[in-house]
Design a protein around this ligand. Structure first.
Ligand code: GLN
Length: 540
């Protein structure tokens, strides 16, 4: 069938979870056997979120083809098990860049270049790009921001035009908020009514409303909203807060969201989505009683979204290991040799987070020294792996000054150094070593056993690398370089085989971990942490 387009907009306030609703709907359609993809259009002027710091925008996600993307693409992959690419995340900046390039080339043949039709046409071309590949039955397009924002207007105008042109091959789902006023003991529908009016004013009539709420919205109130907003009563669905986002697809299915969509889009369908593996995951989650306690050492620990993919990968691994995840954030700036015992002593496993720059780095070294000498299962990711190498160089090889040239450009023992290909780079945006690269693993390594394979492909986002001039010295002293890129010999994985579990990866295995296909390295790490926890409990 021709691709059908579902547009997801949001109103009243931001952070309502448009990404989760889009991903949940995609998950249900996929479980019905349809080919589905989700794309996000972000109304900011940055070309991509790669240059935004986590305080601005949370984690930067990375696609297999090396695009630095909005973290919602992580949700899309975790919920659908379908990989995304550069085409799945477009910003206002990308749209304008492309229009301005065309104008400079003379493609507009002397015309005045305007928001309508030139910007809106470019948006429409991007909306339809994935649909036109013939690879998808449904393309879900999430429009970032909140209806009423100035910057999302051109996107909404493009949606209005597409809705008109595509007829029943397009559908609009609007997510709003129904607040509960404690003092009045009442749920309030007015913000939803106003937000739908704003959409209607732009010329978009939503087909489906999803109401985010903390309390159950009674049927008569839903009918009232339907009536005020020109929406069919059965197409008003509530999204009540759940303990985990992974329950949202089930909650949407219970209210027939997938069927409503298929009916409205004139799709013949039979039966129910096959959610058996998903329900199995939720069942494990519900049944888990014992806890595994993992510490995450990083400098953005006060931000909920800064390490999103790591949190989710750990959560999936703990659930599949029949344990509840107790994740403790440890601020690397507050960690020292003196308080390492107090902050890390009771943990079953420690993750040393990715990152950039000097801030908090000494705390990561202190954590690693403690974990290594106390044999705590430890997983270093990207900068975390680089810190493992530096700490080992300082405290085992005896190079007290050892560092990355990122932190100290003139350091003598530059055990982590700028990659050759990065030396000529001057632009910061989109120029790191990005995306999936192959990695060859030594067959006897813990990592190869965990993956059950000696070649893997994982995603990257870095400029610095293990300095191969030191490789022999590290290996003789016990730190093995067990994974490397077969073409460039860049060290991808280090491990200390004489420890319980001490592994660092230059790549980010968290990006590829999904609910139905959790990452094997996270599973192996969490298993080692559980075992270590048991050993300690037995000794007590
Ligand atoms: N700052 C380091 C580098 O650029 C690590 C990056 C990361 O952790 N993503 O190589």
């Amino acid at each position: 069938m021709e691709a059908k387009y579902i547009f997801v907009t949001g109103g009243v306030v931001s952070s309502l979870g448009k990404g989760i609703i889009s991903a949940s709907l995609a998950c249900l359609l996929k479980a019905r056997g349809y080919r589905v993809t989700i794309q996000k259009f972000d109304p900011y002027i940055n070309i991509d979120p790669g240059t935004l710091n986590p305080y601005e925008h949370g984690e930067c996600y990375v696609t297999v083809d090396g695009h630095e993307a909005d973290l919602d693409l992580g949700h899309y992959e975790r919920f659908t098990n379908v990989q995304t690419t550069r085409a799945n995340n477009v910003t206002t900046g990308r749209i304008y860049q492309s229009v301005i390039d065309k104008e400079r080339r003379g493609d507009y043949l002397g015309k005045t270049v305007q928001i309508i039709p030139h910007i809106t046409d470019e948006i429409k071309r991007n909306v339809k790009m994935l649909g036109n590949t013939g690879q998808y039955d449904f393309v879900i397009t999430e429009i970032g921001g909140t209806v009423g924002d100035i910057e999302s207007l051109p996107f909404l105008e493009a949606v209005r035009q597409l809705r008109w042109e595509l007829g029943t091959d397009a559908l609009c789902l609007h997510l709003t908020y129904v607040p509960y006023l404690k003092a009045a003991k009442e749920l309030k529908t007015k913000p939803t009514q106003n937000s739908v009016k704003q959409l209607q004013h732009i010329g978009i009539q939503p087909d489906i409303l999803v109401l985010r709420t903390e309390k159950d919205i009674p049927q008569d109130m839903r009918r009232k909203i339907a009536q005020f907003c020109n929406v069919a009563p059965d197409a008003v669905v509530q999204s009540i807060d759940r303990p985990t986002i992974y329950e949202v697809p089930i909650m949407m299915h219970e209210q027939h969201l997938d069927e409503i969509v298929l009916k409205k889009m004139d799709v013949d369908f039979k039966g129910q989505p096959d959610m058996a593996p998903w329900l199995e995951f939720l069942y494990k989650l519900q049944e888990a009683e014992e806890e595994v306690t993992i510490g995450l050492v990083g400098k953005y620990v006060e931000l909920q979204d800064a390490y999103k993919s790591i949190n989710e990968a750990l959560f999936q691994a703990a659930t599949y290991s029949d344990h509840k995840l107790n994740l403790k954030y440890i601020h690397s700036e507050k960690l020292t040799d003196a308080n390492a015992e107090e902050l890390l002593g009771e943990l079953d496993g420690v993750i040393i987070a990715p990152g950039f720059g000097q801030r908090g780095i000494e705390g990561k070294f202190a954590a690693l020294k403690y974990c290594r000498t106390h044999d705590i299962p430890t997983f270093g990711i990207c900068l975390g792996m680089q810190c493992m190498v530096i700490e080992f160089a300082r405290n085992v090889l005896g190079y007290a000054d050892a560092n990355s040239t990122e932190m100290n450009p003139t350091v003598q023992h530059n055990v982590i150094d700028l990659m050759e290909e990065q030396k000529s780079v001057s632009n910061m945006g989109g120029t790191m070593r990005l995306g999936a690269y192959e990695c060859a693993l030594r067959p006897e390594s813990r990592v190869a056993r965990a993956y059950g394979s000696t070649t893997v492909s994982e995603r990257h986002r870095h400029r610095f690398e293990f300095n191969n001039a030191y490789r022999d010295q590290f290996e003789r002293a016990g730190m093995q370089c067990v994974g490397e890129n077969p073409a460039t010999h860049l060290v991808e994985v280090v491990e200390l085989p004489d420890k319980r579990w001490f592994v660092g990866t230059q790549y980010h295995p968290e990006y590829s971990s999904t609910v139905l296909n959790p990452n094997p390295l996270f599973i192996d790490f969490v298993k080692a942490a559980i075992e270590y926890g048991r050993e300690r409990a037995e000794k007590k």
